[in-house]
Design a protein around this ligand. Structure first.
Ligand code: SF4
Length: 251
């Protein structure tokens, strides 16, 4: 199947079946989303949602974070991954928002990436969700699922995956496609054992096609071998049979 066809089927399927996917992180404003996304690096959304209510209550604005120490913030996020670094990043992020961006979340990937704790993935999430830009954030799920389905070819880095997806997905679907891929990777196309038996994408998934074609070829090969063995055995039995008959005539 051509890559363009896979893209078409991918967009068709999800736009019909999951037209309005949203992030599973809880937030009420752009600042809270930015904090939650920074915290979510290498951690589950579920865990982040457990700590953010108290954190948002104590530090409701960039100004509050800017005025805090990292130890104070650490106390609220100790159960997430890398709490020390993330506490420092949040305080640094609050300070930069206040000192450079007038307390506002900046638009644009470049500006967003200037904030402590904000890499390209986080910047793309904010650009896409808050500013509705056609930005594709590539996390581990997006990376894996896009590759398995066959939406990317030889894309070895998140940036390469991002570029191929942005180039091929119609602009109006880029933002939602990020959520489609994440949610599919989180609940069906699992890293270790993808649930292909219940996946609705098997008919255009490259991974499924390859694995099943390979399995089918192996079964065919095994059947051929079995048939050849049986034919050989039959031939040997015929020879023995003929020999025995010949001997009984001679005697
Ligand atoms: S068919 Fe399997 S590998 Fe392909 S997307 Fe579905 S779960 Fe993932």
């Amino acid at each position: 199947m051509l890559k363009a066809e896979r893209y078409r089927h991918f967009v068709d399927y999800f736009s019909k079946n999951q037209p309005n996917p949203v992030t599973e992180l809880h937030y009420n404003n752009p600042f809270q989303l930015l904090v939650a996304v920074i915290l979510s690096a290498q951690c589950t959304d579920k865990r982040i949602n457990q700590v953010t209510p108290a954190l948002f209550e104590r530090f409701p604005t960039p100004q509050d974070l800017a005025a805090a120490t990292s130890d104070e913030v650490f106390a609220y996020i100790r159960s997430v991954s890398y709490p020390n670094n993330k506490a420092k990043h949040l305080v640094g992020m609050g300070k930069m928002l206040m000192e450079v961006f007038n307390g506002e979340i900046p638009s644009g990937i470049e500006n967003l990436q200037k904030l402590p704790g904000v890499g390209r993935k986080t910047a793309n999430v904010i650009a896409s969700v808050i500013f509705e830009e056609p930005a594709m954030a590539v996390d581990t799920h997006v990376f894996r699922v896009a590759n398995r389905i066959g939406l990317t070819n030889n894309a070895r880095t998140p940036l390469a995956v991002e570029k191929q997806l942005v180039q091929n997905i119609p602009k109006e679907y880029i933002g939602v496609a990020h959520h489609w891929l994440i949610l599919h990777g989180r609940y069906i196309c699992l890293a270790r054992s993808p649930k292909c038996d219940i996946c609705p994408l098997t008919w255009f998934c490259r991974y499924y096609e390859r694995n099943n074609t390979e399995a089918a070829l192996q079964r065919l090969e095994a059947a051929k071998l079995k048939k050849a063995k049986e034919a050989k055995k039959k031939k040997a039995l015929n020879i023995i049979d003929k020999e025995l008959r010949k001997r009984s005539v001679d005697n």
